[in-house]
Design a binder for this molecule. Structure first.
Ligand code: COA
Length: 170
């Protein structure tokens, strides 16, 4: 299994992967396309898992802002993540998330935020975000679904305010 940066030649397979993983709907596959076409796209944070020449997993981490009064904090959000159904439950999702965390930290980001399963992401260091002074009003989700992961000691320091998902998400 190779974990590597997504390349243009992977786009079609990544589209199909997202479509299949999310139950044969195109919403997330199209979300990936909109994010790629946006200013918030960070090429090194679109990561694939490749096995025998096939794309079996993909995670996209992109830019977003946390607004605190007049201040703007640059953060990242993870969405979507998809593993091909026949490869699920073997740790591929975990490999993608850990690689994404390493790369985002290396690029200088302090945190990754996401909306996701409370039973899955905490094992990778995600905790409820509202308890850390972060808010999300665009999507009315429960406290344990809106999660944040600090990428290095102090990555969360001084970060407060409302997470604003960019236009590509709507
Ligand atoms: C979620 C997903 C990315 C995890 O990838 P994966 O490679 O299967 O994950 P891992 O092997 O690293 O970990 C497996 C764990 O994921 C959990 N998981 C998978 N789907 C889940 C779901 N719908 N709800 C909660 N947990 C889920 C499994 O229960 C398993 O937990 P366990 O180890 O306690 O048994 C993958 O299952 C997937 O593509 N699902 C469909 C798309 C999706 O829902 N994406 C996430 C949106 S937030």
């Amino acid at each position: 299994m190779q974990i590597r940066t997504e390349m243009v030649k992977d786009y079609e397979q990544v589209f199909q992967l997202n479509e299949i993983a999310f139950g044969n709907r195109e919403d997330e596959a199209k979300l990936v396309e909109r994010i790629r076409a946006s200013e918030e796209f960070i090429p090194g944070l679109s990561i694939v898992a490749e096995e025998a020449g096939e794309i079996v997993g993909h995670v996209l981490i992109s830019g977003a802002k946390v607004m605190e009064d007049n201040r703007e904090h640059q953060v990242t959000v993870l969405a979507p993540i998809a593993v091909r159904p026949d490869y699920q439950g073997r740790g591929v999702g975990g490999l993608l998330i850990e690689e994404g965390k390493r790369r985002a930290a290396k690029l200088g980001f302090g945190v990754i935020l996401l909306i996701g399963y409370p039973s899955y992401y905490p094992r990778f260091g995600f905790v409820p975000a509202r308890a850390h002074g972060l808010e999300l009003l665009q999507f009315p989700v429960e406290d344990n679904v809106f999660q944040v992961c600090e990428l290095y000691d102090g990555g969360l320091n001084g970060l407060r305010g409302e997470l604003k998902y960019p236009a590509a998400f709507f």
